[in-house]
Design a protein around this ligand. Sequence first.
Ligand code: BDR
Ligand code: CA
Length: 310
Amino acid sequence: MDRTKIILDCDPGHDDAVAIMLAGKSPKIDLLGITVVAGNQTLDNTQRNALNVVQCLGLDVPVYAGCGQPMIREKMTAGDIHGKTGLDGPVFEPLTRKLEPEHGVNFIIRTLMESNDPITMVTTGPMTNLGMAIRMEPRIVEKIQRIVLMGGAYTNGNVTPAAEFNIIADADAAYVCFTSGRPITMVGLDVTRKALCYPSIVERMDKVGNKASKLFVDLMKHFCKSQKEVFGWEGGPLHDPITVAYLIDPTVLTTKPMHAEIDIRSTQSYGRTNCDYFGYQKKEPNADVAIDIDVEKFWNMIEEGLRLYS
Ligand code: BDR
Ligand code: CA
């Protein structure tokens, strides 16, 4: 079976951790490396969290630290949702796994340049690392098969009415990626808000009874509690792993080609992904924007993903 080669660029983050989990053992995915960015928490936190997750799951995948700051703007974090560590909840064994010495941006550039096959870039945090890589070595662009990102919304944001966290946290980097000319699949809040991890889902995954399901449950207990405190929702939206689920089985999402532009100019709508749903502007679509999700299929995929661990 041909496996889709991916680099997962993330800012763990509870839902990022589940994205790693889903990609880590899938027979359909060849996870070449994990690059980490500041986002949900500072880079010190997110890189340690990524290492904890791969160590806990026993995944033999290299982890690289990338950028600790957005391209231009001041750093923002999401401690209200993900806690002080960025991954509050689970208690991990002492960390023995180490970061690779290469910078995450250099790893992205080197891997793409040396690869004979196209590589899919999956981003589940601010797009700083990929944006920087594209600016540093524009020849990588043609090697990117597709950019699949969790970010944005064609409806409402979650940081401002206009903007979603991953985009507003580094809108300039998102702008670089969205104007790269490579195919984009935008998995935004419009669909991720439908994948609510209710207590019944947590109970269901708990029954899997292995180390991955234990981690999932420990993560989701904290994540759902903070989603309730911040947004008043009963179940937390499990945003990030939907990108990986889509690569495993694209039928989990319904997408629509649209022209999508990142707003890096206005004040109130800064960081908005302006998606021309109705094609008013007659511009060539540059993104397949997710407009619906088969929620039942998604949870089945999460359960199957957890069962791949011993
Ligand atoms: C995104 O922001 C982060 O808090 C989550 O990990 C997800 O990537 C949702 O807006
Ligand atoms: Ca994330």
